[in-house]
Design a binder for this molecule. Sequence first.
Ligand code: NZQ
Ligand code: ZN
Length: 392
Amino acid sequence: MNNFQYYNPVRIVFGEGQIKELANLVPDNARVLITYGGSSAKKTGTLDEVKTALQGKQREIFEFGGIEPNPEFNTLMKAVDMVHANNIDFLLAVGGGSVLDGTKFVALTATLDDDKDHEKAWEALKGYTRDIQNALPLGTVLTIPATGSEMNSGGVINHSERHAKLPFGNPLVFPQFSILDPAKTLTLPERQVMNGVGDAFVHVMEQYLTYPVNAKVQDSFSESLLKILIEEGRAVKANPNDMETRKNIMWTATMALNGLIGTGVPQDWTTHMIGHELTSLHGIDHARTLTIVLPGVMRELKDSKKDKLLQYAKNVWHITEGSDEDKIEQAIVNTENFFRELGLPVRLSDADLDASAIAPILSQLEEHNMVKLGEHRSNDLAVSERILRAAI
Ligand code: NZQ
Ligand code: ZN
């Protein structure tokens, strides 16, 4: 196992009906900006529930809606302007990964010097927001289990005009608290539920499917999370209203990307970095880009990932028969079949793309300096091209 420091200050408030806890979690005299997405928080009644919980005390409540899936830089800058105009001192994100990520970015960039054209915020995003020294405090109410944003300090921001979807991370934007009410996930369309399971599955794979460093806690936690996602992904498809299943999916997705399984182990993230380009060029849902790219990553990198692929085949899929080559191929096929069962795509063609899509993706990867990906930093553009060819 490699050396590591693990720090995670996020208070998780888990369970049905827990939105009422906002009354105790948000400072009494805060000027709160509630941020939310398109229309789901309003339609489902979650926004009203949040506002009711915040009433009383000396809080002043403001609202900013319209944060898109794959949150848009320009929209978020409008929220920054609103923060400045109203002296907001607490942000409360109500929604999925997009709203949470966008709100984290607002929390960071609102503390930059007054910058009307938001050029500093764009520069900060290009620099992963590493140099930002202050952030507004924030809390979250999660309505879709998928990204882990509720318990980590990262996010991904889209800039359509610049054809860029870029990640950032800064420990200042760990949420102070996140409320996880599994009942809130019952209103999700099936597509979003399955996207969430797929995204969480690939988060685990990015941190697990590298090379062994004898990290037994991280490996066995990861294998457990993968097995739970397989079991509960199938269960939620068969019986969407089962609350126990919803609870397990929600907590698993959080655990998949709160840093725990990634401590002290090498990490990959090739699938995500290629996936971000697919979203930015073709608007494909985040999770669906991942399930398209991952099988190609597994096949193209099967030599450097051989030990972990065999471990995955044995411990997650219970594959024990055949040559090493056979076991690895079977594990990849099982992974693809699982994604297909959930209605997730596993090839570019499933998203109506063909080989002509590959060159622009490679240009974008180059433009964003994503040319040394993976646990060995050895996935250059030629490797990414082979991965994408395997995904046709
Ligand atoms: O916009 P509204 O109307 O609210 O609808 C949303 C949206 O259309 C809807 N929705 C959310 N909760 C709902 C609901 N509909 C009905 N009932 C509910 N309870 O779901 C749609 C998708 O929402 P979104 O927030 O985009 O989904 P998700 O949580 O999958 O987030 C995806 C974003 O997170 C980033 C992705 O790149 C993508 O931009 N990621 C963030 C990460 C992180 N912070 O660590 C890691 C991930 O790898 C991921 O990259
Ligand atoms: Zn993801």
